[in-house]
Write a protein that binds this ligand. Structure first.
Ligand code: C2E
Ligand code: CA
Ligand code: CA
Ligand code: CA
Length: 278
């Protein structure tokens, strides 16, 4: 990825030199890019460790600029959050994910789709209304849609985040705490938050087989999640050894390159149909 970004002039010296100009230009073009259809979702499977079944996928946004080539989310999400255009992006992603859920169902697949939302979205009361509207428009079952919010985002947003989360929960959506372990949330706060799922950050998962401290951290996150009645997902599962270790620790779901890379919509259908046939 680093090599790709370098070739596209998205990192290193290039960005330092043109940094500010690039930032301003990017923020201004995001809205246009959405309208022009340059943003697209890819879908990464979350596999049930016990059964091998893919019951959910995570939608990850891709910006394919005709001139610049692919621009990665880490490059433009923080800018979109800073300039307010994140709410357009989130609405686009939620609408596309809901359409995907409807398409999957039309093909006999009950796979759920998760999307990433930001603290700004939870602070915006109109967002809950948009989600409700999307559910009415598509007629999908609300629990087929999961909203992932980072642990850090939860703490930053605190009060508003809790209020919005409870309203979204009342609509029947699933809520997931993302990048768990990177924030400083207290057990009391996690307990208060109406989550269904806990995702252990990949920085801990990736090193769990060669570092005892990380193994302990992963194990305690799994136990905490289970004690709170949450389903636990480990992300960044890159090797068979990590998957085995997670199975031994009774982790519920695994997501990562060892299971599958993020897939284009058409490839997702192929992947799900193949795994359904065994
Ligand atoms: P995230 O939500 O933690 O998503 C996981 C990221 O790790 C994705 O990067 C995914 O492609 C990558 N990944 C998955 N499995 C592996 C693995 O086994 N090894 C490694 N090294 N990486 C793996 P991506 O797609 O570049 O997204 C980066 C971040 O950008 C996401 O982190 C999320 O915070 C944000 N993001 C992506 N799509 C959206 C979106 O639609 N809206 C918002 N607000 N944020 C998004
Ligand atoms: Ca996520
Ligand atoms: Ca994550
Ligand atoms: Ca992350």
């Amino acid at each position: 990825a680093e090599e790709g970004k370098r070739r596209l002039g998205l990192s290193g010296g290039q960005q330092d030199r043109d940094g500010e100009q690039w930032r301003v230009g990017l923020a201004a073009t995001l809205r246009k890019a959405i309208e022009a259809g340059h943003l697209r979702l890819t879908f990464q499977p979350k596999m049930c460790i016990g059964t091998g079944e893919v019951t959910h996928v995570e939608a990850l946004v891709r910006w394919l600029d005709p001139e610049r080539g692919p621009i990665f989310p880490d490059q433009f999400i923080p800018l979109a959050e800073a300039n307010g255009s994140i709410s357009d992006l989130t609405r686009f992603v939620v609408a596309e994910a809901a359409d995907m859920i409807a398409r999957l169902r039309a093909n006999g697949l009950t796979t759920g789709v998760a999307v990433n939302i930001s603290t700004n979205d939870l602070a915006d009361p109109a967002f809950v209304e948009f989600v409700a509207e999307t559910l009415r428009r598509t007629g999908i079952p609300p629990d087929a849609l999961t909203l992932e919010i980072t642990e850090t985002g939860l703490i930053e947003g605190r009060t508003e985040a809790l209020v919005s989360a409870r309203r979204l929960k009342a609509l029947g959506l699933r809520l997931s705490i993302d990048d768990y372990g990177t924030g400083q949330s207290t057990m009391a706060y996690v307990e208060q938050f109406p989550a269904d799922e806990l995702k252990i950050d990949m920085s801990f998962v990736m090193r769990m087989t060669d570092d005892r401290a990380n193994a302990i951290l992963v194990k305690s996150a799994i136990d905490l999640g289970h004690a709170l009645g949450l389903s636990v997902v480990a992300e960044g599962v890159e090797t068979a050894g990590i998957l085995t270790a997670l199975r031994e620790q009774r982790c519920d779901y695994a997501q990562g390159y060892h299971i599958s890379r993020p897939l284009e919509a058409d490839d997702l259908f192929t992947y799900l149909s193949a795994s359904r046939e065994g």
